[in-house]
Design a protein around this ligand. Sequence first.
Ligand SMILES: *Cc1c(COP(=O)(O)O)cnc(C)c1O
Length: 376
Amino acid sequence: MRPIQMVDTHTQYHKIKSEIDKAVTDVIESSAFINGKPVQEFASGLSAYMGVKHTIPCGNGTDALQIAMMALGLQPGDEVITPSFTYIATTEVIALLKLTPVFVEVDPKTFCIDPVAAEKAITSKTKAIVPVHLYGQASPMEEIMAIAKKHHIYVIEDNAQATGCDYIFKDGSKKKTGTIGHIGATSFYPSKNLGAFGDGGAIFTNDDSLAVKLKMIANHGQSKRYYHDVVGCNSRLDTIQAAILNIKLKHLDEYAAARRKAADHYDKAFAHHPKIRTPYRAEYSNHVFHQYTLILEAVDRDGLNKFLAERNIPSMIYYPVPGHKQKMFEHFKVASQELPVTDWLTERVISLPIHTELDEEQLNFITSNILEFINK
Ligand SMILES: *Cc1c(COP(=O)(O)O)cnc(C)c1O
């Protein structure tokens, strides 16, 4: 059996190696390492795939979120509503810009922001909601957009984990997650569903004037060369990364299908087990399984993690400490709030290996070992 990894980018690379190697060599030969032709090609290719008007490539997903908040003109003291049950980048940039993170609960079924909790948290200072499409499943965007419209606040989608996910509206129409809010932010970190061979990110919007601001802020606030109108930052997608992403974008749907196939296999193996809750699949979202995350009931999670590790099966806790319990937010008054659902999930979730290269033998080995431990 091939060794099992949380994410197997190496095997994936070898299937498209000749194409990738040529694209990388071409960039090196051109020596246009910054803003070379592949960057523009990638931005237009991704816009077409996402069905969005503007794609602004940038340095990473964290920058994408930061630039989005800067372009919306959020000011120190403004409140931004976000789930606590997410990766730190989402909430860190809020604090970095001296905005106030307001943590709210997630729906324990979907792991995504609870719209009722989000609306309850709105005050006169609230300027934005940041839903996170966690683990590859869409947040309930129709509800969130309605709340935002009613209260005149912005929506910034954190789509870092859900590139390729379709949101299915009640009328049956579809949009890609990341293109529904005022701005969407994503990451091409190597393990993400559309992963580069280094850091990368992008920002999406359908709003022409926001697109101008986003582009400007990502490029030192520059309106024309050496004329800087606003304070921005330096956040670029390397040409080499763009060239690699151009190739991987063509495979994205096939990669999502492979992830879903692995998820189906897990679902079947764990179906109806009294101690295992398999990922809920919301009817409005086609899950792209950035993570395959179980909820364990009355299982010694650390014991399971150790048992699996001894059999060379990796497993991870995403994430062991929720935002509202992180030391970096200690000084925020809102951080002292109680989020029982988030705490409950944090104690029970475990993520299994999921990627595009898992075969039947590996999947059976993983599931039989998990069941052996849990049924002991
Ligand atoms: C990965 C990730 C980010 C940040 O992306 P980077 O490219 O690593 O900066 C932000 N939010 C979520 C939910 C993520 O998973």
